[in-house]
Design a protein around this ligand. Structure first.
Ligand code: SAM
Length: 279
């Protein structure tokens, strides 16, 4: 039986199967195995570890995950890649499960039998943020996430108060996980190159995730506050209680969203829950 190492270079596999990138599906491929191996390393030791990969495409990252010893559940929406991925499965010693599905609709708990697994992906740009929110706030809780995003999205995930990129995504990501940019990838690393650079973010979910209702309140507060980020909170939060809500959380209503720490947003979310519970 042939082995992973005997597979042809990715570019050759794509050509052999007559495959071209479909930009509508956010397809920008990593064909350099040195890069995909680095991403696999950033996901931590993977020997015997179960991994979900969204969007394997031609399988460059999938190969690296398998080489590192992972058991991979690969969710791909584009059926054109199935023959190529089947070639990979043939040499993967029963460690590659291929699911033809839309990852936004996939039920990770069913796919994994409920076990928390690592998620490692070079995500399609058009659904990257939606998938991240699903994994951070939805019922299925991954053990860790090592995810390639557009650099601008990566910066929004890890942004701190005062940063231009600080907003709702930073609040939700940091309220539920430890998030860090662990690698940058220039546009030229991809085939075809996208218009923007990319970065890998490693997210480790907190042991104690805030309760669902508090996260929902946090989303509403941060959405309203950053929806009018240059305005004072008394005005941007008007629909949620304005100055009275700020007072209840011990926050000066003359401040602006971008100056508030995560803890202060949590305080506003808790005050909103108390106020609505009291009505
Ligand atoms: N992992 C490959 C690589 O690094 O070369 C491909 C990455 S490419 C940025 C994104 C992949 O996600 C494509 O293969 C695309 O077909 C797939 N994709 C796009 N939307 C998807 C969705 N909703 N569910 C599952 N896969 C999706």
């Amino acid at each position: 039986m042939s082995a992973l190492a005997d597979l042809p270079p990715l570019r050759q596999s794509l050509e052999a199967h007559g495959l071209m990138a479909d930009k509508g599906l956010g397809q920008h491929f990593l064909l350099d195995l040195n890069i995909t191996r680095k991403i696999a390393r950033l996901a931590g030791p993977l020997e015997g570890v179960r991994v979900i990969e969204v969007g394997p495409g031609p399988g460059g990252l999938t190969r690296a995950l398998l080489e590192a010893g992972a058991h991979v559940i690969a969710i791909e929406k584009d059926a054109r890649f199935l023959p190529l991925l089947n070639d990979l499965r043939d040499v993967a010693d029963d460690r590659l499960q291929i699911e033809l599905a839309d990852a936004l609709k996939a039920d990770e708990a069913t796919l994994t039998g409920g076990a928390p697994v690592a998620i490692v992906s070079n995500l399609p740009y058009n659904v990257g943020t939606a998938l991240l929110i699903k994994w951070l706030t939805g019922p299925y809780r991954p053990a860790s996430m090592t995810l390639m995003f557009q650099k601008e999205v990566a910066q929004r995930i890890v942004a701190r108060p005062g940063d231009d990129a600080y907003g709702r995504l930073a609040i939700i990501a940091q309220a539920t996980s430890q998030a860090k940019i662990v690698m940058e990838a220039p546009a030229r690393a991809f085939t075809p190159p996208p218009k923007v650079d990319s970065a890998v973010v490693r997210l480790d979910p907190l042991d104690q995730r805030p309760p669902e209702a508090l996260i929902a309140a946090l989303e509403r507060v941060s959405q309203a506050a950053f929806g009018q980020r240059r305005k004072m909170l008394r005005s941007s939060l008007k629909v949620l209680g304005g100055a009275a809500l700020c007072d209840a959380a011990g926050i000066d209503p003359a401040r602006r969203a971008e100056t508030l720490s995560l803890e202060e947003f949590m305080g506003l979310a808790e005050a909103l829950r108390r106020a609505e519970g009291a009505n």
